[in-house]
Design a protein around this ligand. Structure first.
Ligand code: ADP
Length: 478
């Protein structure tokens, strides 16, 4: 069952109960008040009759010392005639509760006699022949006799009014419930609109439309729920986009990997086939074996690089407070023998948070790339400087540079701007991918500025532990 229908039904049940109880209470209250009034009047009337009887008894001739039954009947008949509308219903009984006089139509039984004595009045409401009456009983003290006067007052109208009241109230209740239902259906439809919009959005998303958002039409709890749902949908869409990008990158990686494997393997298989199927002279045999060896070595290097990238991507860096002096000293020593480039180191002392071995790998790769991109004897500057955000290390060369369109791609695994040039220099397009992974676990990133034909600058920023007073060291390595 729909939520809005449940809402309407529950409201209707509450409304019906409230109207039913209040109607019953109201009609019954009016009825009881009217009945009380009628009972009061009946009792007053019977007191007046009793007084009138006693007064009439005073006129009895003196010869009687006790009121005779015939006089009782005479007075009773006069009192009966004096009623409104032509007649009263009354009955007179003597001391022994033997009936002396009864009006015609007086149909009550003698049920009140046991409750009535000389000092008490009694009454009850009875139903006789389809009508309702107030039946009263009072005593009369007249001429040395105690008599009992009973009256019957017709109160059927009070009961009829009660029935009419109930019937009218039932009709009013039905009309009010029907009107209430129409109004409630309208209200429930308005109240549940945010739920319908949310359901629609959920279905759209389940069907794969992750861009669909639910319209927020209120500021209440349902409006907040819609807002939260949309925020969740945004997060979900971002995650899905990220996953799609990752899948795409992985596919690209696999494609490039297969391609990179194919080239050295084709060469290795070709030369190995030549060696086994032809009798080659010694020079050609050495040449072939040499090809197989160098391509095999390239494959081995590539496998190690790949492993490094995978490991770096999964590792947490063990960040240590490390003075940069040791790092630069290591690089200076390592590239001291490299005669093809003029590598200049300039750095400020500082203590940075890094895993030194990993950062060494990054810098060795960047300096290697800079050497490959430079002409023989080209200047390469390796600098380290404390800046506001931390410690910036940069490797600048004045070599071939990188076309702007390639800048965003060169960090991808296996990507090489000029494949034949890169391969001729033993490149496989994995160095920068490894650098990016290492810097990622240092919470940093590789920044690349380059202009084709003018050179490139690769830099990154590491967090500093503390600043050491600046003493600039400059060393040239040839
Ligand atoms: P590899 O050097 O093994 O080819 P890298 O991932 O280190 O792989 O570099 C990817 C590509 O980026 C290189 O093939 C080269 O085309 C380009 N590249 C990297 N560094 C430089 C540089 N300093 N100057 C010009 N091109 C560069």
């Amino acid at each position: 069952m729909k939520f809005s229908i449940k809402l309407v039904l529950s409201t209707m049940i509450v409304l019906a109960l409230a109207l039913g109880f209040s109607g019953f209470y109201f009609v019954n209250y009016v009825f009881e008040t009217s009945l009380d009034r009628e009972v009061g009047q009946a009792l007053d009337e019977s007191s007046i009759l009793s007084f009138a009887f006693e007064t009439a008894a005073l006129n009895v001739p003196l010869k009687y010392s006790v009121l005779p039954d015939t006089v009782v009947e005479e007075i009773a008949s006069k009192l009966e005639m004096g009623g409104q509308g032509g007649g009263r219903l009354l009955r007179i009984a003597d001391e022994e509760k033997n009936i002396l006089y009864t009006s015609s139509g007086f149909a009550a039984d003698e049920g009140l006699f046991p409750q009535t004595d000389q000092h008490t009045k009694s009454y009850r409401v009875i139903r006789v022949q389809g009508g309702y009456y107030v039946h009263t009983c009072v005593s009369i003290d007249a001429l040395n006799r105690i008599l009992y006067l009973e009256t019957m007052k017709d109160v059927t109208e009070v009961f009829t009014e009660r029935s009419l009241g109930f019937s009218l109230y039932r009709k009013v209740t039905v009309v009010m419930l029907l009107t209430g239902m129409v109004i409630m259906l309208f209200i429930a439809s308005l109240l549940t609109k945010p739920i319908r919009l949310l359901t629609k959005a959920t279905r759209k998303m389940a069907a794969g439309d992750y861009t669909y958002r639910a319209r927020q039409i209120s500021r209440d709890e349902l409006g907040q729920l819609t807002g939260d749902f949309n925020r969740m949908a945004n997060a979900l869409e971002d995650t899905i986009l990220q996953l799609e990008e990752e899948i795409e990158a992985r596919e690209e990686f696999m494609g490039a990997f297969a391609h990179e494997l194919k080239t050295p393997l084709t060469a290795i298989i070709g030369y190995a086939d030549m060696l086994r199927s032809h009798k080659l002279d010694e020079e050609k045999s050495i040449l072939s074996a040499n090809y197989i060896y160098t391509e095999g070595k390239r494959l081995e290097a590539m496998a190690f690089r790949l492993l490094d990238i995978i490991v770096a991507g999964q590792e947490e860096a063990d960040l240590q407070e490390t003075p940069v002096g040791g790092l630069f000293a290591y690089l200076q020593e390592m590239f001291a023998e490299k005669k093809e480039a003029d590598i200049r180191f300039a750095y400020e002392e500082a203590v940075v948070l890094m895993e030194a071995n990993l950062i060494k790998t990054v810098l060795v790769n960047l300096i290697d790339n800079a050497c490959k991109a430079s002409e023989t004897g080209g200047v390469i500057e390796v600098t380290g400087k404390t800046i506001d955000d931390g410690y910036r290390i940069a490797v600048r060369d004045y070599g071939i540079g990188i076309p702007e369109a390639e800048l965003s791609k060169i960090v991808k695994a296996f990507y090489m701007v000029d494949k034949s040039r890169a391969r001729s220099k033993n490149g496989a397009g994995l160095g920068l991918a490894l650098c990016a992974e290492i810097l990622k676990i240092h919470h940093s990133e590789l920044l690349i500025e380059s202009k084709e034909g003018e050179g490139s600058c690769f830099s990154f920023v590491l967090s500093t532990y503390e600043k050491i007073p600046s003493t600039e060291n400059t060393t040239d390595e040839k």
